[in-house]
Ligand binder design. Structure first.
Ligand code: FES
Length: 188
């Protein structure tokens, strides 16, 4: 890895991939948390996923700058960090809304109507799959198997699973209170 400074911006070169790294850094508390995570494993690469969770929580999204920071902190190749982020659905490299609604599109959920549920959510939330509402309250995504096939169809909002979402009414029971809270927040 080569690194040099240009004004207040670091330019980092990892194995031929150049990333302009803005001034992102972990706080002392986050550094402490990361240190504790790293200390639990004999291999730094084993700490990658939990450290990515810390970074996502800290910065809201795993932008190229944040990925470079994680790679540098763990002394891992950037391409390794990037491949993990791209593989796992729970990591996102674009900003998402406060409520990230993810509907499973894999076989069990698809057979039990997740496509219809996505259509219902698109209409209800006023966004298409892959979009975030202008007020930042909701993003909608389709994701691969959420590992809860026995309770299909499954929807996850942030880290919370909602299972047996077999009807628009089941979706409404979960989404309506969130929409009401979003409307209240807007009117404050
Ligand atoms: S197919 Fe949807 S949770 Fe596995």
């Amino acid at each position: 890895m080569r690194r040099w400074r240009r004004d207040s911006v670091f330019v980092v070169c990892f194995e031929g991939v150049v990333v302009k790294r803005m001034e992102v850094r972990f706080t002392a508390a986050q550094e402490e948390e990361i240190g504790a995570i790293v200390g639990r494993y004999s291999e730094r690469s084993a700490a990658l996923i939990p450290v990515l969770f810390v970074a996502q929580e800290a910065f809201g999204t795993l932008s190229p700058e944040v990925l470079a920071l994680v790679a540098q902190r763990l002394e891992l190749p950037l391409v390794q960090v990037l491949s993990v982020v791209q593989f796992y659905e729970m990591f996102h490299s674009q900003p998402v809304g406060r409520h990230h609604v993810q509907v499973c599109q894999s076989i069990s959920c698809a057979l039990l109507g997740s496509g219809r549920l996505v259509a219902h959510l698109e209409k209800k939330l006023g966004v298409r799959v892959g979009e975030t509402r202008p007020d930042g309250a909701f993003s909608l995504s389709r994701v691969e198997c959420l590992a809860s096939c026995g309770t299909a169809p499954v929807m996850r909002i942030n880290d919370v699973y909602h299972e047996n979402m077999a009807s628009p009414e089941a979706i409404d029971a979960v989404i309506d209170p969130l929409m009401e809270a979003a409307a209240d927040r807007k009117s404050e």
